[in-house]
Design a protein around this ligand. Structure first.
Ligand code: OOG
Ligand code: MG
Length: 262
């Protein structure tokens, strides 16, 4: 850790306020170049504690920057991990208010719910597959609090990996009915196909992203509890949206997830 307790608290306050007021800020490493990975996750943990203290439940975990397309889009090379709160959930087919957001983008994500705990180190695709209760399709709406979506890895980790809203829809399936690597995903904006990929875009296998999350938590003495909802990360680059846009993502064998931005 390179930052003192007061600075960590001040940065958590700055970033959470930026989220809640939908006002962007400059990336925090500009003013704190010495910040390290532990500082970044400590700021994210403080944001989580602030929300939980206000009664907002943490309802899931997310992996981000897990596909080559996303890493290339953001200019980074390693995944990041964050959390999802209850108020971020939006119903399938709902209207999402642009006034509450800064500059949202949508991401198509293969999601799972686990039935047993996963604890690293040593988690791998097979241990993750054994722990999956079911697979469900989702769309994440990310909304970096940083001006022009410009950040480095430490800044985005502190900013809870741009988590903002998410929609789960389609139909849930058992993992053994699916090949998550070849599962096709087609992202449509206003009826036009704007991106597509298969599950293997996410670290070769979406379960590998969950293994990486378990190993990341394991290194910090934590685990993925049984019954966790986990988003494995965007399969394609993120797509910017504006008021009036409608998004539909078609997942092979899992149905469609849609929403509108108003
Ligand atoms: C960071 C969050 C990335 C994903 O699915 O790749 C993410 C960002 O790109 O703002 O959630
Ligand atoms: Mg995402």
């Amino acid at each position: 850790m390179k930052l003192d307790t007061n600075t960590l608290a001040r940065l958590a306050d700055l970033l959470e306020n930026a989220e809640l007021q939908a006002k962007d800020v400059t990336k925090i490493t500009d003013d704190h170049p010495a910040m390290d990975w532990d500082d970044a996750y400590a700021i994210q943990d403080q944001i989580r504690q602030r929300k939980e203290a206000r009664g907002q439940k943490t309802v899931g975990l997310k992996c981000g920057l897990t596909s080559h397309a996303k890493m290339k889009q953001m200019g980074v090379t390693t995944p990041v991990f964050g959390f999802i709160s209850d108020y971020m959930a939006c119903p399938e087919g709902s209207d999402i208010k642009m006034s509450e957001l800064i500059h949202p983008k949508v991401e198509a994500e293969i999601c799972v719910v686990t039935k047993t705990a996963l604890r690293g180190p040593g988690c791998h695709v097979a241990t993750v597959l054994a722990a999956i209760d079911f697979v469900v399709p989702g769309v994440e709406i990310i909304d970096s609090r940083y001006r022009d979506f410009k950040f480095d890895l430490k800044s985005v980790i502190a900013d809870n990996t741009s988590a903002s809203r998410f929609v789960v829809g389609g139909r849930a399936r058992n993992a053994d009915e699916l090949d998550l690597r070849t599962l096709g995903v087609v992202l449509e904006k206003n009826g036009e196909i704007v991106a597509m990929a298969a599950g293997a875009a996410v670290m070769g296998h979406p379960a590998a992203a969950i293994a990486a999350l378990a190993n990341h938590l394991g290194a910090r003495g934590k685990e993925i509890p049984a019954g966790s909802f986990i988003m494995t990360g965007g399969v394609t680059e993120a797509i910017a949206v504006q008021a009036g846009d409608s998004i539909n993502v078609r997942f092979q064998d899992l149905g469609t997830v849609g929403m509108r931005f108003v």
